[in-house]
Design a protein around this ligand. Structure first.
Ligand SMILES: *Cc1c(COP(=O)(O)O)cnc(C)c1O
Ligand code: SF4
Length: 364
């Protein structure tokens, strides 16, 4: 836990990075058994390893099943790849007309300013792009993507993702912001990031100042467990809210991390009530390779969100979605309360579980 003194004098985020795990060799400094260390080193040869000190400090090393540890420390399970798993689970590449951009829905595009992250999550669905492309930001690398956006007037939202856009320096963020702001049909800039979770000290006044201007800014954070919500993440979110950003969160449903009603309830409640971050999506596990040990069944996910719906207010509830293979997009998977219809009469299960009838009465 960070004490009050640390909160009033923010730690230098670069120290957080330097004192964290940055290379496979840094795993040697962690309190792992020789067998766990060997497994971690082998798994880290498939998908890079990285975690800032602030995030590692949240791990209870006495618990081998710790939910924070499960997200960032490589383990043997990752080496077990199962037939049917995919290198590009949601077909980012198939829908990429120019490098560093994916365009699947008319009004919005994904823009990849960097393929590097402040933390490498073991379950990442883009981990193979992070390995095979892996490159960081340069102005030149984004030119074709920016020209494409300027040429397509149907694009209203640009989603910075990656990689982690907030792993970039303020100067790069300001440059990207200015280029996108200059395209008149773009209305909103969205940033998908794990930095507020894993490296909250990076959310500085300089960072939010780099993103001020005409565009509406929405930051979609990626908290998966209530233990990730700390005084430091609270301060990072307050800084972003005070800068006028809209804050949403997406979580991935992960076996052994957050696959209980209690874990999800506490996560969603604390996101909204403590951080002011609206739970947006709860993602069902995609088919990233080597992740069978972290996936739940869809039926388990449906039972969880049904229970959440009964326990949490509307604003605290995320939408349970699956991002389909082959670019099918995100579709809601939540249980459907409609039991049937008889002409204009619909039979719908109420929140109390009892059946109700709704008769459609529609004027001329
Ligand atoms: C997830 C995603 C988006 C954003 O979808 P929303 O439902 O608007 O959050 C946009 N484009 C692609 C290709 C995506 O995968
Ligand atoms: S921060 Fe995002 S892109 Fe980077 S490894 Fe984690 S989930 Fe993947």
């Amino acid at each position: 836990m960070t004490d009050l003194k640390d909160v009033t004098r923010p730690p230098d985020w670069q120290d957080d990075v330097r004192q964290g795990v940055r290379h496979v060799r840094d795993l040697a400094a962690l309190p792992l058994s020789p067998a766990e260390r060997a497994a971690a080193q082998e798994a880290a040869s498939r998908h890079k390893v990285r975690a800032p000190k602030a995030y590692l400090d949240l791990i209870d090393w006495n618990d081998p099943a710790d939910p924070i540890r499960a997200q960032v420390i490589p383990s043997l399970g990752e080496l077990e790849e199962t037939e049917g798993e995919l290198g590009d689970p949601i077909a980012d590449h198939e829908f990429s007309p120019v490098p560093r951009l994916t365009h699947r829905h008319a009004d919005r595009v994904l823009l990849f300013p960097t393929y590097q992250c402040a933390v490498y999550c073991r379950f990442c669905f883009r981990k193979e792009s992070l390995t095979s492309i892996g490159r960081g930001y340069t102005r030149e690398a984004l030119e074709p993507a920016l020209a494409y956006i300027a040429d397509h007037s149907e694009i209203r939202e640009v989603i910075l993702t990656g990689g982690d856009p907030l792993s970039l320096p303020d100067k790069a963020l300001a440059e990207i912001f200015a280029r996108i702001e200059a395209i008149p049909h773009v209305r909103l800039l969205r940033i998908h990031t794990r930095v507020p979770v894993a490296l909250p000290s990076r959310i500085t006044s300089g960072l939010v100042a780099a993103l001020q201007g005409r565009l509406m800014i929405t930051v979609v954070t990626h908290f998966n467990h209530a233990r990730e919500i700390t005084p430091a993440t609270e301060m990072a979110c307050r800084t972003m809210r005070q800068a006028g950003f809209v804050l949403l969160n997406q979580s991935v449903l992960l076996k052994g991390v957050n696959d209980t009603v209690e874990a999800l309830e506490e996560l969603c409640r604390e996101l909204m009530y403590r951080l002011g971050v609206k739970p947006y999506y709860l993602h069902h596990g995609d088919l990233a390779r080597g992740m069978a040990h972290r996936r739940t069944t869809i039926a388990q996910g449906q039972a969880l969100v049904e229970a959440l719906r009964a326990r949490l207010s509307g604003i605290c509830n995320p939408v349970y979605v699956l991002d389909l293979p082959e670019g099918g997009g995100k579709v809601p998977l939540g249980p459907c309360p409609i039991e049937g219809r008889d002409g204009e009469s619909w039979r719908i299960r109420g929140q109390d579980g009892a059946m109700r009838t709704y008769r459609e009465i529609v004027g001329e």
